[in-house]
Design a protein around this ligand. Structure first.
Ligand code: PMP
Length: 414
């Protein structure tokens, strides 16, 4: 996505941090150390200002007005679609549906693609490491269609057992699903290899890209999947933004999921005809200002370049992993060979929630809990983990502060 020439020689993290006003604040009298990026990322000024400017100068509804403001708002909204299509190398802007996030995207596929195709005995394949957004929608439609949801296993290290996944791609599987990157383990899954096999067997593949798009360039054509869902708020964009990319043949065959304004060609009581994709799937007034912010988020990523981002984040991941491993009684959950900067861990004799609460008092924001991945917690036999998730605006000094705080609060719990 970015050429080597656009990559800065060194990653100037302090300059980058200056673009994120929130990172300068303190929490409980301590400098904030924000390590909950897999939950939601902070937003650069460029995103905040783009939304402000939209409301101050261009606010109107999209597609409905012929007046100047309506045209400006529509151009901005549709401009984000163009930008997103290029961002993930979609073959056409018309294959990109703007959604409120990954959850809306997977539900759209569940109700509009899967449900009409499911018959008793059919199955949907997912994995043990998925977020609930890539499990529960399939369970809901499977129950209606008399189908089942199967989950491919993972290893103790937190890697998908790919041979098992491929073995489970049997003829009754009508849709295969996998996360590109695990939100709990950081594991990067071999999506290309899986997609190739799915294609060979004629089974469409949905990829949950929520935790991939903030960290690496995504090329849906190179991946070879059929559906790619992601959420904006983890990639510097506002909450309530996201997208579903789907191959045109699927979108054309799919009935609409939500009905209402904007998605029709003509409405009659004798029968309604629908707009072509993507508008067929975008009923009602969208999060226009949010998508204006999302365009600024994409520009921001591209100004840094994913090569530089990836190199820096991988350095941080290696450093944080090394520092955590020095702590006696600490166990990292998820040690895949290829990871994005997400580290889940447990400490002997201490509850994850207690640790996270005490860390907050030290200014360190990490997440504790099941991370919307109950089946993964069941696999590891734990109710919760602590999770530190990094972004390119984090520093080694923040990791040092986090480790120092962790050592301190662990003492308190002894
Ligand atoms: N999938 C994964 C892997 C996630 O990490 C998340 C958010 N935690 C989601 C899906 C759901 O995203 P959203 O809540 O933005 O729809």
């Amino acid at each position: 996505m970015t050429s080597a020439t656009s990559m800065p020689a060194t990653f100037d993290v302090q300059r980058v941090r200056a673009d994120f006003p929130l990172l300068a604040r303190s929490v409980h009298g301590k400098p904030l150390v924000y390590l909950d990026n897999a939950n939601t990322s902070q937003k650069p000024l460029a995103v905040i200002e783009a939304m402000n400017t939209h409301y101050r100068e261009h606010n109107a509804n999209v597609s409905r007005a012929v007046h100047q403001l309506g045209e400006e708002a529509t151009a901005a909204y549709e401009g984000t679609r163009d930008k997103l299509a290029r961002f993930i190398n979609a073959p056409s802007r018309n294959e990109l549906i703007l959604t409120s996030g990954t959850t809306q995207a997977t539900n759209l596929v569940a109700y509009s693609y899967a449900l009409p195709r499911l018959k008793p005995g059919d199955a949907i394949l997912t994995t043990v490491m998925e977020h609930h957004a890539n499990i529960v929608p399939w369970q809901l439609v499977a129950a209606r269609g008399g189908a089942t949801v199967k989950a491919a296993p993972i290893s103790e290290r937190g890697e998908l057992i790919v041979e098992k996944y491929l073995d489970m791609l049997t003829p009754e599987v009508k849709l295969a699903c996998v996360t590109h990157v695990s939100n709990v383990l950081g594991t990067v899954n071999p999506v290309r290899e899986i997609a190739k096999e799915c294609r060979r067997r004629g089974i469409p593949l949905l990829v949950d890209g929520s935790q991939a798009v903030p960290h690496r360039p995504v090329d849906v054509q190179a991946l070879g999947c059929d559906f790619y869902a992601f959420t904006g708020h983890k990639m510097l964009a506002p909450t309530g933004t996201g997208a579903l990319w789907a191959r045109r043949e699927h979108l054309e065959a799919m009935p609409p999921f939500f009905g209402g304004g904007e998605m029709i060609r003509e409405v009659r009581f004798s029968g309604t005809t629908f707009a072509a994709p993507p508008h067929k799937f975008e009923a009602g007034t969208p999060n226009i200002a949010g998508f204006v912010g999302m365009a600024a988020a994409i520009d921001y990523y591209q100004s840094l370049g994913f090569e530089a981002i990836h190199a820096w984040e991988q350095q941080l991941l290696a450093y944080a992993t090394e520092r955590l491993r020095e702590i006696p009684g600490l166990r990292i959950v998820g040690e895949a060979a290829e990871k994005e900067p997400v580290i889940s861990f447990l400490i002997d004799g201490a509850q994850a929630t207690d640790l996270a609460t005490l860390l907050d008092l030290e200014g360190v924001a990490v997440r504790s809990g099941h991370h919307c991945a109950h089946p993964l917690m069941q696999f590891y036999g734990v109710p919760s983990t602590l999770r530190a998730s990094l972004a390119f605006y984090n520093t080694r000094e923040e990791i040092d502060a986090f480790i120092a705080a962790l050592l301190k609060v662990r003492q308190l719990l002894r």
